[in-house]
Design a protein around this ligand. Structure first.
Ligand SMILES: O=C(O)CCC(=O)C(=O)O
Length: 298
């Protein structure tokens, strides 16, 4: 168990990150709609989360599933608030906050985070989508939003890694429609975009990260392998873009927060998963705010 001495800094002295993105990495994000940063978190830093997910792959039975377009369960669990756990800290470290601000060109705050888990031999997929169309419906006026996806397990094309479409952020927000059992990128336009743009598999080792824009088109396939596939997704919004819709969006509104030193995920946290504050899940059979059907794993 880590020591109880948290390297948490006071709000009037926001710490500088140990790993600022380079000018080349920032340029790649703007050009391609994403940038992959090897070992953004070190193997040692991500290992506690990897071990915790291996030891408790249903997250204490709290993991929920949403239906993909074929009705297969795709498992996920989310949170928003800071807390003393590893997961409650990681979205608030300077490495995440400062680099997201550098990419979006303005101060940012945490929108939400998720663990997206594909157990071995499971069929669940994430259909092709952009994130911003859902966030637009939640009252974010500008598309100045991004996600930092960190590989928890080794992820590749055999265990359902994400796929990104290079330069698709330049399309702007495209309508999302009912597709089978789910809601996804307009299928007619999808065909054309996939013909015209390059699809890039997001192959990553534990600790590697991909920063991608809210309008970058992405998806992921099933996991037919005998290995788990867990990704940590931390999403950010610019503070000036806090949603104009208040009702039902309380968890997405900007609230002042403390930026933590990068070392806050190395020591001083209470636990990795135990006692972590998750967002309350929707009951099975209901649709979540994105129009995804919440289902139970058979
Ligand atoms: O974890 C994945 O494969 C993708 C998740 C995703 O696209 C999302 O949560 O919006």
């Amino acid at each position: 168990m880590p020591a109880a001495t948290a390297p948490v800094t006071p709000p009037d002295a926001a710490p500088a990150t140990e790993r600022p993105l380079t000018a080349e990495e920032i340029a790649a994000f703007h050009r391609d709609g994403y940038v992959i940063v090897k070992q953004f978190l070190s193997r040692e830093e991500i290992e506690p989360l990897r071990q915790a997910c291996l030891a408790d792959p249903t997250i204490g039975g709290k993991l929920r599933a949403v239906a993909d377009s074929d009705g297969n369960p795709q498992e996920v669990i989310g949170w928003t608030e800071p807390g003393p756990t590893w997961l409650g800290r990681v979205p608030f470290i300077a490495r995440m906050i400062e680099n997201s601000a550098a990419l979006l060109g303005a101060p940012v705050y945490h929108w939400h985070s998720k663990l997206s888990m594909k157990a071995p031999n499971t069929k669940g997929r994430w259909d092709w989508h952009q994130d911003y169309p859902y966030w637009y419906n939640e009252g974010a006026l500008w598309p100045d939003m991004l996600t930092v996806t960190v590989a928890v397990d080794p992820v590749d094309e055999n265990n359902g890694c994400m796929k990104l479409v290079r330069r698709s952020h330049l399309l702007g927000r495209v309508d999302h429609k009912a597709v089978g059992e789910s809601v996804a990128f307009d299928p007619e336009r999808l065909e054309l975009v996939l013909q015209q743009c390059e699809t890039v598999p997001m192959v990553m080792e534990p600790g590697d990260a991909c920063f991608f824009h809210g309008n970058t088109l992405h998806a992921s396939g099933p996991n037919p392998s005998n290995r788990p596939r867990t990704l940590l997704h931390c999403s950010y919004n610019t503070i000036v873009n806090s949603p104009f819709i208040n009702e039902g969006q309380e968890h997405h509104l900007y609230k002042p927060f403390e930026t933590l030193a990068d070392a806050a995920i190395r020591d001083g946290y209470s636990a990795v998963l135990d006692g972590h504050g998750w967002n309350p899940p929707k009951a099975a059979g209901h649709k979540n705010t994105y129009g995804y059907k919440v289902i139970t794993r058979p």
